[in-house]
Design a binder for this molecule. Structure first.
Ligand code: FAD
Ligand code: FES
Length: 343
């Protein structure tokens, strides 16, 4: 059974097929709405349900309600919705490219840095913080964020955490040689800096969640934005902060940038911050009401940061942006457990 979805205050409507999420239905009809993880974790797609009933995983929600995640909500009646943004999809904005493996390095035991170059005449436009999809040999796709600044548009740098048994991060990476070809499609996602001269930014990452923030910070440096940014990078041990030296150099060179490494399981020699990274942010900045927060990495950290920054720190809902690094394969059996654990 299909349902009709109308967008409030816009001359836009589209049909939603049985079992289809509102985000997928909008995309099928040629529109784009904000999203990132597409798995109900990051809240990038959160919007308002003005009228009608939806099922959001195990919850039934009846409008009016402001807490609907369009990436997981399925229409159970005709609906009127108010997404944060909806516009016609520009098919030329995204490219599929046969990229060449240009360089590989391993800054930590479980992290690889992969540099891909595009063919000579091809450039790919993206916003700092966005991600790409890479095709695996079985035809599935995996998401990885660009870690380079968008000014370097002749290729991409990816920071890939090793996932045990991972089709890409274990199997493909183990056999990858220089000059091998990989098919990538980009750009995707809504995790990019909303520029505002008055804004004071807080960046929070765990592990390879640093990748899109590196792109954002690199871009801020190149464009001399000089906007206050405090970067908290969390990991279990020092090795998890695989490019800490780069962050320390930035902090010395740019007065607008500060770097706070936070370890949850440090060794006895560690003199820095100890604990969970989002807790360190709240210790230093108990009032987040005038901040803009960008959080990236472990879904558990994203959910804890979003909840506690709002309830304890007074962060405005519209000023929390996140990329949750959930598993991105299409047939993912562990996904439900991951999501249930963070709810
Ligand atoms: C928008 C977005 C951007 C991302 N950017 C990056 C990035 O820059 N760097 C990076 O390292 N990762 C990133 N990720 C996460 C990455 O896409 C996934 O971890 C991906 O599934 C890894 O692919 P794989 O083939 O190695 O493992 P898979 O074959 O996908 O997974 C193997 C097994 O591990 C489990 N698994 C995989 N990933 C996770 C996870 N994150 N948490 C819990 N269980 C998991 C799966 O459920 C599966 O059972 C991003 C994810 C999203 C959604
Ligand atoms: S895109 Fe919907 S919650 Fe992440």
């Amino acid at each position: 059974m299909t349902h009709q979805i109308a967008v409030e205050d816009a001359d836009i409507s589209f049909t939603c097929n049985d079992g289809e999420t509102i985000l997928v239905a909008a995309e099928r009809a040629g529109y784009t709405m904000p999203y990132s993880c597409r798995k109900g974790v990051c809240a990038s797609c959160e919007g308002f349900l003005s009228k009608g009933d939806v099922k959001q995983r195990l919850k039934e929600i009846t409008g009016p309600s402001g807490k609907v995640l369009f990436c997981t909500a399925i229409a159970k009646s005709d609906l009127t919705i108010r997404p944060r943004r909806i516009q016609r999809h520009d098919p030329l904005a995204r490219k599929k490219i046969q990229a060449r493996v240009f360089r590989m390095s391993r800054p930590a035991d479980d992290v690889a840095i992969l540099q891909l170059r595009f063919p000579a005449s091809i450039r790919a436009k993206f916003k700092a913080g966005q991600y790409l999809r890479i095709r695996t040999p079985d035809g599935d796709e995996r998401s990885f964020s660009m870690a380079n600044a968008p000014q370097e548009s002749d290729g991409v740098q990816l920071h890939i955490r090793h996932v045990p048994g991972g089709a890409f991060s274990e199997k493909v990476l183990a056999s990858l040689q220089l000059d091998d070809k990989l098919e990538v499609e980009l750009p995707f996602g809504d995790f990019h800096l909303r520029e505002d001269d008055q804004a004071r930014y807080v960046f929070v990452a765990t592990g390879t969640g640093f990748a899109p923030l590196k792109s954002i910070i690199d871009d801020m440096i190149r464009r001399r934005l000089n906007l206050e940014a405090q970067f908290y990078w969390g990991g279990r041990s020092r090795a998890d902060l695989y490019l800490a030296e780069t962050c320390e150099k930035w902090a010395k060179r740019y007065p607008w940038f500060t770097f706070v490494p936070v370890l949850s399981e440090p060794d006895a020699n560690w003199k820095g911050r100890h604990g969970l990274v989002h807790a360190a942010v709240l210790e230093d900045l108990p009032d987040l009401s005038d901040r803009h927060v960008y959080a990236c990495g472990n879904p558990m950290m994203i959910v804890a940061a979003r909840t506690e920054f709002k309830t304890r720190g007074g962060l405005h809902s519209d000023r929390f942006y996140a990329d949750a690094f959930v598993a991105s394969g299409s047939s993912d059996t562990n996904q439900l457990q991951v999501l249930q654990a963070v709810e």
